[in-house]
Design a protein around this ligand. Sequence first.
Ligand SMILES: [Zn+2]
Length: 165
Amino acid sequence: MAKGLELIGDPAAGRPTLGETVPIALFRALRLVGMKEGLDSMVGDASTLVYTSGKGVGANLGNAILAQTGKDLGKFIEAVGNQVRSLGIGIMEILQADIENGYIEIKVNECVTCSGSPNIGERVCHFESGFISGILEAFIGKTVNVLETKCNCMGEEGCVFEAKF
Ligand SMILES: [Zn+2]
């Protein structure tokens, strides 16, 4: 049975007429209405669930990238940035990296989930926080806790994530 990223299959073959891309509005309907409002309405605060699901996706992608780059942090980060950009997730920028002390601060500009969203007084990128955690854990090999410290949905410019390990 297909697992992880295999579940994506071959969209180009499956959608010869409609193609491989969908509007961001559809992604946000799934991500913010379905995965946020929908799950929140069922369990109260679903942020941990959403974080955990993002982490699974990040782990799949992180392991796939690691298989290509090997244990070279510079190459790994560059490949992650390229992948994040080519998937249209955002434009990644490393603000600080202090590997010895277990700290990386990452900014994502033009975030697929929230750039251009209204200020709702809440940081919403829990999936993305988990996603970054999963990617970094694939390289670092130990638990990486990620917290979003700035978010467009909080009226801040861009999304900033602090990773601690
Ligand atoms: Zn955000």
